[in-house]
Design a protein around this ligand. Structure first.
Ligand SMILES: Cc1cc2nc3c(=O)[nH]c(=O)nc-3n(C[C@H](O)[C@H](O)[C@H](O)COP(=O)(O)OP(=O)(O)OC[C@H]3O[C@@H](n4cnc5c(N)ncnc54)[C@H](O)[C@@H]3O)c2cc1C
Length: 457
């Protein structure tokens, strides 16, 4: 029996997949729902819904779809951005999404025990309890990043004559000198408006009323103060701790930290739910591998640990970069404490861009595999199991890399040295591996060249 603690998106997804893979699963989750939390999901979540086999159930739930974002970010100018190719995201209550997945899990045979877990039971346990992090805390692996704390204060506003926005399905985001605010539609004429507040720099630390602090923040903004001027605050503000954290370990001998139990990323990224669902999927695959192929247990646990670590640090970098882009416009403590060093970040992407431009200009190439680059077996997921397959291994990537944008690097490094033109390499790649978009192929080649996995005279 595998025990899953917590029935949010991560726990519901992991239990569903485990049950479908034929495992007996007990899911322990608090009775009743926490205060509702409206979140926005990017269109790319569709792929995760597909991988979990819940796309039809999510569709049937009839969640509101969104076409993009409108942002006043580090500037007074509105940037109205639509998702590429007419794709649509979702605006939904995270508890309702979890319920949709839980219903699928129950139908697949998961036993749900509605109670508060206070400690980790014996046997294999997936900790999916979010910020509570029952196992994460018991194991002493929860790590606060030492940065400032952030509380999200969320109010529910009704505007009977309609909101004056470019597109009512959009997430609205405004940065201002002491923080940032965002807003999502939650119903007809109703939006949640959230202020990200630093408790140390606001009245909250002095036990000030949260409504007073919240309204004071709204008044500091240019756009949201205007938008809410004619609206009525009909609920809240409710407080959510939104301080980021991660873990010093994501897997142990008989436990995994899944979704927010392992790490919490800035809500600014709108990627928490996608990350939690993907983590739930990988946790189920990992537990399945431990049971089905015990010889792979150590590698499977290490694989899960490495992937969660990598995703948490990637997401943290992205958020800090985005925060950095507003920081220059505000130059106040809230911003300088949270922003990343943009120059460092752009240096890495500059070398990739350079490699890409050089490739496009070049008439011919004579690539060979770079020094210190090897092909060695490393774990990856195949048919719901973690198995060992050849990867490109370098000193910077000891865990190996297999794919960039779906392009198989092992195949690329194998075929490239015999070619004299990039188009010729593309032709051979297509013949051997089937349909691949040219821009994905070029990006993979540029990444290989920028990383000196392929060096060309
Ligand atoms: C203010 C705010 C705004 C956000 N905005 C977005 C957004 O726009 N887009 C986005 O993608 N993400 C957003 N997120 C992040 C997103 O909500 C989380 O990343 C996601 O919900 C994580 O899912 P999870 O299943 O790992 O954890 P959770 O959703 O936290 O689920 C944990 C579950 O465990 C249960 N539980 C907790 N303790 C116990 C216990 N002791 N015993 C039993 N059960 C327990 C809880 O009741 C809950 O069901 C936001 C988060 C916050 C705080």
């Amino acid at each position: 029996m595998i025990t899953v603690l917590g029935g949010g998106p991560a726990g519901a997804a992991a239990s569903l997949l485990l049950a479908r893979l034929g495992h007996p699963v007990q899911l322990v989750t608090k009775a009743g729902r926490d205060q509702r939390l409206a979140v926005s999901l990017p269109p790319s979540c569709a792929k995760v819904f597909d991988a979990l086999g819940i796309a039809a159930a999510v569709d049937a739930a009839g969640f509101q779809r969104s076409t993009g974002n409108t942002a006043w970010w580090g500037s007074d100018q509105a940037r109205v951005e639509y998702f590429a190719d007419g794709a649509r995201g979702w605006q939904l209550d995270v508890g309702r999404l979890a319920d949709v997945i839980l219903a699928e899990a129950i139908a697949a045979g998961v036993q749900v025990d509605r109670r508060m877990a206070t400690d980790a039971p014996g046997g294999f346990v997936l900790d999916c309890t979010g910020r509570a992090g029952i196992v994460a805390r018991a194991r002493g692996v929860r790590r606060l990043d030492g940065g400032p704390r952030t509380i999200a204060l969320i109010g529910e506003w009704r505007h009977s004559s309609g909101w004056a926005v470019a597109d009512h399905t959009h997430t609205l985001i405004e940065s201002y000198r002491d923080g940032w605010m965002w807003s999502l539609p939650v119903g007809d004429g109703v939006r949640h408006v959230a202020a990200m507040v630093d408790p140390q720099r606001s009245d909250l630390a002095r036990a000030g009323s949260s409504t007073h602090v919240y309204l004071a923040e709204v008044r500091k903004t240019r756009i949201f103060s205007g938008l809410t001027a004619e609206a009525t605050l009909q609920g809240g503000p409710w407080g959510w701790d939104a301080t980021p954290y991660d873990a010093t370990a994501y897997a142990g001998d008989d436990w995994l930290l899944v979704g927010d139990a392992g790490s919490f990323i800035d809500p600014l990224s709108s990627a928490g739910v996608k990350k939690a669902l993907a983590s739930g999927w990988l946790a189920a695959v990992t537990a399945h591998t431990c049971v089905k192929t015990p010889a792979m247990r150590t590698q499977a646990l290490a694989f899960f640990d490495a992937r969660e670590r990598e995703i948490a640090s990637h997401m943290r970098r992205e958020s800090r970069q985005f925060l950095g882009s507003a920081a220059s416009g505000h130059g106040r403590p809230f911003w300088s404490e949270r922003a990343a060093d943009l120059e460092l970040e752009s240096a890495a992407s500059a070398s990739l861009r350079e490699a890409f431009e050089a490739l496009k200009r070049s008439n011919g190439w004579s690539p060979r595999v770079g020094p210190g680059v090897g092909i060695a077996p490393r774990p990856c997921v195949r048919d719901s199991l973690i198995v060992l397959e050849p990867h490109v291994v370098t000193a910077e990537h000891p865990n190996g890399i297999r794919y960039v944008r779906g392009v198989d690097l092992v195949a690329l490094l194998d075929l490239a040295p015999a070619t004299r033109q990039v188009p010729e390499a593309y032709e051979i790649y297509l013949q051997r591996l089937g349909p691949t978009r040219l821009d994905d192929f070029l990006l993979a080649v540029a990444t290989a060249v920028a990383g000196r996995w392929l060096v060309s005279e």
